[in-house]
Design a protein around this ligand. Structure first.
Ligand SMILES: Cc1ncc(COP(=O)(O)O)c(C=O)c1O
Length: 439
């Protein structure tokens, strides 16, 4: 058997092994009630799929037809109405397609588009393996805490001035992993640069509906409709990652041609997104009170937890944490402790992630090549979701905290495991700063 080496040689970032280590640890310690290890590496909503969507899925189980590759008209109509209601977008359904998760859609776009890709980093862990798999030319743009982890127009202009030929910019808003959210005026300022350099944009808006403050999020489809592809889905805000349902808005420019190309390629690759999932997802895009209330409460819990723990980390001497405005991640910057890290044999951020996972800390985080950072760039991603989502949702509804002090009380009462995990991060930083890592 001879294998295509482009495929056979693909590998996942080294750092993603941490997730496997957590699984293994938990398998080996089944009776420890998970207390021995803190799983801050996984990027998945902890909440259940809203009941109404689950019911719709059960009812759709006899849907056995192959259907059109772009997605059922009625589902795309529902997505159109959802876009109108939540993002003030008026997009006809012949610019809307669906795919098996936004990841697969992004993968197709990366394959489809010719040119040089620009990826702000740290980034979501999904883009880089795809850029590699499809052998694309790309470069990173390291985001800085001084810029609130957002791309500044002047910097982008400089990067673009050095690129010959077409370029594609990937923006993720709200941002995994820093939690940054761009304001409308920031997007408009970037768009001026995009227009000057004729840039195509992939705007990954999968966390749009998790933006903590209402009215803050603006879709790129509103600001730069002519050349932006917008991807979204139901994985994060409706907690249905396993359903694998993503959506795409095509740019205005050449939309008819793009529609045909995407549809043809989708049909060659996977025929159509699972029909029962499409039918169930029609409900996911309905304006249903139960789904809306699940989404609102999940978002409020992410805000409460994210703000509490990023503030907690920012109080720890030696490190700096980003303050999330959406999603369920923030980053902690350990670069100020480089001397201590080197002193204790930690030379790469991958070493750092393994050190943090050792006894007694047992904290799993993601860093390094997985998020597009140099190996000696010690920034770590923390996903603050290591709790039982259903239990927390019930507790939140019974005993809704109002104001900062009640929120702190809620977290201490209901999220003691997560609190312990962050105490372990603090302990790790303390031991590191005193050249006394306990391992
Ligand atoms: C920034 C970002 N984009 C896209 C995805 C993929 O989402 P989906 O489940 O729609 O494929 C994720 C999932 O972790 C993500 O964090």
């Amino acid at each position: 058997m001879k294998l295509n080496q482009n495929i056979a040689k693909l590998k996942l970032p080294e750092n993603l092994k941490i997730g496997l280590m957590v699984k293994e640890y938990r398998n080996q310690h089944p009776n420890q009630d998970d207390q021995g290890c803190y799983s801050f590496e996984l990027g998945q909503s902890p909440f259940p799929v809203p009941k109404t969507i689950q019911e719709a899925f059960k009812l759709a189980s006899d849907e056995n037809d192959y259907v059109q590759a772009e997605g059922l008209d009625l589902l795309r109509e529902k997505i159109k109405s959802f876009n109108q209601a939540h993002y003030d977008l008026d997009i006809p359904i012949d610019r809307i397609l669906i795919g098996p998760g936004s990841k697969a859609i992004i993968g197709i776009l990366i394959q489809m588009l010719e040119g040089h890709f620009i990826l702000p980093t740290p980034s979501w862990i999904g883009y880089i393996p795809q850029l590699n798999a499809y052998q694309k030319s790309y470069e990173y743009m390291r985001l800085s805490a001084d810029d609130d982890y957002k791309v500044k127009p002047e910097r982008l202009r400089k990067v673009l001035e050095n690129i010959d030929g077409p370029s594609i910019f990937i923006i993720n808003n709200p941002h995994n992993p820093t939690g940054a959210v761009y304001s409308k005026s920031e997007l408009m300022a970037l768009t001026e640069v995009f227009r000057d350099h004729d840039v195509t944009v992939i705007s990954d808006e999968i966390y749009a509906m998790t933006t903590y403050e209402e009215g803050v999020f603006t879709s790129m489809a509103k600001i730069y409709p002519e050349k932006t592809f917008v991807t979204n889905g139901i994985s994060k805000d409706r907690s249905a990652g396993g359903y694998r349902l993503g959506s795409l808005i095509l740019p205005e420019e050449k939309s008819e041609k793009l529609f045909k190309i995407f549809k043809t390629y989708a049909s060659i690759l996977y025929s159509n997104v699972s029909t029962p999932i499409q039918v169930a997802s029609m409900t996911a895009y309905d304006d249903h009170p139960q789904i809306t209330s699940d989404m609102i409460d999940a978002r409020a819990i992410h805000r409460m937890v994210g703000r509490y723990f990023s503030h907690y980390c920012n109080e720890i001497p030696g490190v700096h944490a980003s303050t999330p405005e959406g999603g369920f991640y923030f980053v902690i910057d350990f670069n100020g402790l480089k001397d201590h890290l080197y002193n204790q044999g930690i030379h790469t951020s991958i070493d750092l992630s393994y050190a943090m996972f050792k006894e007694p800390y047992k904290v799993a985080i993601i860093t390094g090549d997985a998020v597009g950072l140099d190996e000696d760039d010690f920034l770590v991603r923390v996903a603050f979701i290591d709790y039982d989502g259903q239990m927390i949702l019930d507790a939140y509804r019974q005993d809704q905290p109002r104001g900062e002090s009640e929120e702190s009380r809620f977290i201490l009462k209901h999220m003691s495991h997560m609190k312990k995990g962050f105490e372990m991060i603090k302990q790790f930083i303390f031991d590191l700063s005193h050249n006394n890592l306990n391992q």
